[in-house]
Design a protein around this ligand. Structure first.
Ligand SMILES: Nc1ncnc2c1ncn2[C@@H]1O[C@H](COP(=O)(O)OP(=O)(O)OP(=O)(O)O)[C@@H](O)[C@H]1O
Ligand SMILES: [Mg+2]
Length: 253
């Protein structure tokens, strides 16, 4: 069984369910949109898939392998990469170094080998440098590689987050509102890039408030409300779904 399988997953915070009984399957190479009003549980679901939050109930399989009990770095090693909703930038480090952080969690040699500068570590370093180079190129950041990441304008900081996730050479990429705060031209560049990534066979899950943007990209869309899936279908089916219009589009800012 390939792809991602989420089965009856729940996550609560002190008795309040942020995600409840969520089941969905994402096929290999699919671009799945996830929409829903503020507080619907979209980010929580992503964090539960990436392992940054532990599921309280349910199962998650990636290519037939159960992952819901694995720590985040092991899921990253299996190909799960997440771009968080809030930017995480290491100021005082260059853009290139910020991007390379993405790969370090997935390397085989680990911290001890790195500290001792063992051959396995040097092999990893070469592999990471190559992956970072490719990720910077893909996201149009090559010319900024040596710049202090803290000095980048917002749009390029978002691109850097994406480059960091790509540096881990993922098979499943979770993007939590990557278009937020982008200007119209930057949005178009992002759409172009996501299409290019999808064409490489990468599986992508995209949380986004801009329903029109999701509709242009997604093969299928899953709608969350109050932590539960209320609809799923093609962008056309979702646009016409009465429950979606009532719960989400009606409540959209
Ligand atoms: N760490 C936390 N502790 C307590 N409650 C939380 C925590 N994280 C999320 N929640 C709650 O869980 C619910 C779902 O939050 P979540 O951030 O997943 O929603 P979202 O769909 O991503 O919203 P947004 O569109 O605003 O990003 C909300 O009611 C939120 O307040
Ligand atoms: Mg969120």
């Amino acid at each position: 069984m390939s792809g991602l399988e989420v089965s009856a997953v729940a996550k609560h915070f002190g008795g309040v369910y942020a995600v409840r009984d969520v089941s969905l399957s994402v096929a290999d190479g699919e671009l799945r949109g996830i929409i829903g009003p503020n507080g619907a549980g979209k980010s929580t679901l992503f964090n539960v898939i990436s392992g940054h939050l532990a599921a309280d109930e349910g199962a998650i399989s990636l290519d037939g392998r159960r992952i819901e009990r694995l720590p985040p770095h092991q899921r990253a090693g299996l190909g799960v990469s997440i771009v968080f909703q809030a930017a995480r930038i290491f100021r005082g480090m260059t853009v290139g170094e910020n991007v390379m952080v993405g790969a370090h969690r997935t390397t085989s040699a680990g911290f001890t080998a790195a500290a001792l500068r063992l051959p396995a570590h040097r092999r990893d370093e070469r592999r990471i440098a190559a992956a970072a180079h490719a990720a910077l190129e893909m996201t149009g950041l090559s010319e900024f590689a040596d710049r202090d990441a803290g000095t980048l304008p917002h749009g390029l900081q978002r691109s850097m987050q994406l480059a960091r996730a790509l540096c881990a050479e993922p098979s499943l990429l979770l993007l939590d509102e990557p278009a937020s705060g982008l200007r119209a031209a930057e949005r178009e560049d992002l759409i172009e890039l996501l299409r290019k990534l999808r064409d490489t066979g990468l599986t992508i899950m995209l949380v986004e408030h801009d329903v029109a943007l999701v509709g242009r990209l997604a093969d299928r869309i899953t709608v969350l409300d109050l932590g539960a899936v209320i609809a799923e279908g093609t962008p056309g089916q979702i646009r016409d779904h009465p429950q979606v219009i009532a719960a989400y589009l009606g409540a959209a800012p």
